[in-house]
Design a protein around this ligand. Sequence first.
Ligand code: SF4
Length: 381
Amino acid sequence: MRTGNRSKPASRKPSPTPSEARDRAIVRSLASWYGRAARDLPWRTRPRDPYRSLVSELMLQQTQVSRVLEKFEPFLARFPTIERLARGAESDVLAAWSGLGYYRRAKLLQACAKAVMQRHQGAMPREVSQLLELPGIGRYTAGAIASIVFGERAPIVDGNVCRVLQRLDGEQGHAGDKRIAAWAWQRAEQLVTLTSRGRQVARFNEGLMELGATVCTPDNPRCDRCPLRSTCVARREQRTAVIPAPKPRARVRRVFHDVIVVRRRESSGKTSYLLEQRPASGLWAGLWQPPAREGTEAAPDAFALAVQLELHGLQLTSTTPTCTVFGTTHREVHFRTWHATHSAKKAGARRWVTEDELDTVAISNAHRGLIARSLQPSNPA
Ligand code: SF4
């Protein structure tokens, strides 16, 4: 008796759950939106260059894109390869970084370049685990380079991405909160594993960042232009204004800096400024500034201050200080600034820098402002 051919039933892929189907739609929509809407930025070359990406990622940490755009190409003109950066003098690297703030990043970038030269023969590694061993590269930067440059399925979470994910899922809380950070990394990982390796990973991750930077902004997100609007919980429940929760106020320390901006007129008619280098650690580490010291709440006498700063033979052109306040993440720096002229050429451990050279010296934005104000008519030479 013939029994006939009993073929095995074809194994069917189980249908995706509604939440998996939603996630797949999110990945597809965002990657394709990024392909249409991405801004043209100088580090977004095709194919991606690992060195340009590394420089841009470190510059973009805590700095506006518009400011990075001003500094990115001049930095690369000065340090066109990772090898040149590794071999450069630290003072040149800091000078090229000038204006971007948070100078520690410049030192870490150079340390990273040196490590890539020494450990990887100048070739940027592609695995997150190897990238994480390099100085200056944290989880976010490692994920960004691995996914955007090398197409690895690595998640990324920064403030922008966290906000998008929280709103998308209606997850309440503040991005700085450990629970939310852990949730966001897990959620980003869940989504990125649904991408196909290669171009879609890069597009999806960059799409998350781009959406947070240009559409899902902290205030007044432009939901009508968002590719994820049909699936976004915060939009549906009209909670975009309360997700994420506002950042708890950081404790800010008040400090007082007493500064004398000293000028001298060169025979060429140009003005030079007397500058000294700040200590190698702490606020504005290693940068240059006019002679200064950290003071107390009570303003000092200008002549006594000049003696303390070992500034002898100068002519004070103001005896009442100009007061300005400069905010950093953890400090409120109250500058009390006096102005003076000097005729001596010798500077000891300090140095004279002409007005033309100021742009080539690593000086914080706060101190550049103090120098610029010394040129105002109320501070005559
Ligand atoms: S719909 Fe609005 S809130 Fe939701 S992700 Fe898009 S821009 Fe953000």
